[in-house]
Design a protein around this ligand. Structure first.
Ligand SMILES: Nc1ncnc2c1ncn2[C@@H]1O[C@H](COP(=O)(O)OP(=O)(O)O)[C@@H](O)[C@H]1O
Ligand SMILES: [Mg+2]
Length: 342
């Protein structure tokens, strides 16, 4: 144990395509959109997280908002490094310190990212004084967060529907046996709604409005038991150019999302068909676990269950399952050594 070890702080990070969460001292201390805003003239990052997200769709030509991890890959290395470092530095307990303490961290990354991108994430963490940095794959962290004993010789299927990607994995004996990452997730659902509003209602809505529609009246099936009330949506009329308002029902949104949800279903079916028989037998008994913000789409669990003939469970607090699992891995580094990437 080194002299400075008593000053080491442990943090767990879920670096998501839509949201970045950080756990410190067993508490979620950062829960913020993965967005930065950059001044085009000076090149400086002027805002991150919630502040940057409020600027989205409302910027002028000198400010640009960037989602560094949008499609599950690092689109902008500089922006993602700044985002990681600014979010870590904004952890309340660390902000009070005169200098950033040495950090031991576990960072959860989308499984689609390449070796080069992984190294970039790790180096970004090291530059904010990360002394010991471990990475963990998203489905693994999700499984731990859901409370599955991943070390058992028993197969479990996890479907994590985030912003940029849906990650499907079968996990057994602390390893990923088969997996699939598709770029159909929350962002695509949102874009489907933008397109639907434009073509069916002649209404031009921005991404933020479309996301609100998805959360308020979004659905995966047209026969919900407890349907949400219709929603009034404001936007710009494409024909007259004037602002206007229309009412939208959940059934319409279910239609708008149908094709994309079918692609998620297909990916689940494909992964099931690649699962070795002994593990498939386990999954027959244990069912499928859903995590990620996209799993909260009304009726999605039911739809996947009908398609697969398997029971489907949604993780408790699905937006935080991954960071919870990452935090548990951090607390039990030796137990989870084999699933961590050094
Ligand atoms: N109630 C909801 N219904 C449907 N989608 C939702 C809901 N809440 C959040 N989302 C979507 O979940 C996605 C973010 O999920 P998250 O798990 O944080 O993604 P990531 O891990 O990629 O950052 C966004 O696309 C968001 O619109
Ligand atoms: Mg995630």
């Amino acid at each position: 144990m080194g002299f400075f070890d008593f000053m080491t702080e442990d943090i767990a990070i879920d670096l998501g395509t839509a949201n970045t969460l950080i756990i410190h001292n067993d508490k979620v201390v950062i829960d913020s959109p993965s967005i930065v805003a950059r001044d085009r003239v000076s090149g400086k990052i002027i805002a991150v997280g919630k502040e940057a997200s409020m600027m989205q769709g409302k910027t002028h030509e000198n400010i640009k908002t960037i989602r560094p991890l949008k499609d599950g890959v690092i689109a902008d290395f500089d922006a993602s490094e700044k985002m990681i470092s600014m979010l870590i530095k904004s952890i309340p307990a660390l902000k009070k310190r005169m200098f950033t303490p040495a950090l031991r961290m576990v960072v959860c990354i989308p499984s689609g990212i390449t070796e080069v991108e992984m190294r970039a994430v790790k180096e970004s963490c090291e530059r904010v004084n990360g002394k010991e940095v471990y990475l963990i794959h998203e489905p693994m962290a999700a499984a731990i967060g859901i409370g599955i004993d991943i070390m058992q010789p028993k197969g479990n299927m996890i479907v994590d529907i985030g912003g940029g990607t849906t990650e499907i994995a079968v996990i057994a004996l602390g390893g990923i046996v088969c997996d699939k990452s598709v770029k159909i997730a929350g962002d695509v659902f949102t874009n489907d709604i933008v397109y639907y509003m434009r073509t069916q209602h002649n209404l031009f809505v921005g991404e933020s409005t479309a996301e609100k529609i998805k959360i308020q009246v979004g659905a995966a099936i047209e026969d919900l038991e407890t349907p949400p009330e219709d929603m009034s949506v404001q936007g710009r009329d494409l024909l007259t150019g004037k602002p206007k308002q229309v009412s939208v029902s959940y059934r319409e949104i279910a239609k708008a999302l149908d094709k994309s949800i079918q692609r998620v279903e297909d990916a689940v079916m494909e992964t099931l068909s690649q699962t070795p028989p002994e593990l498939a037998a386990d999954i027959y008994n244990t069912g499928i676990y859903l995590a990620g913000g996209g799993s909260m789409l009304r009726g999605l669990d039911k739809r996947i269950s009908q398609k697969t003939d398997l029971p489907v469970y949604i993780a408790e607090d699905p937006l935080r399952a991954v960071v919870r699992g990452t935090g548990m891995a951090l607390k039990n580094l030796s137990r989870f050594k084999s699933v961590l990437i050094k």
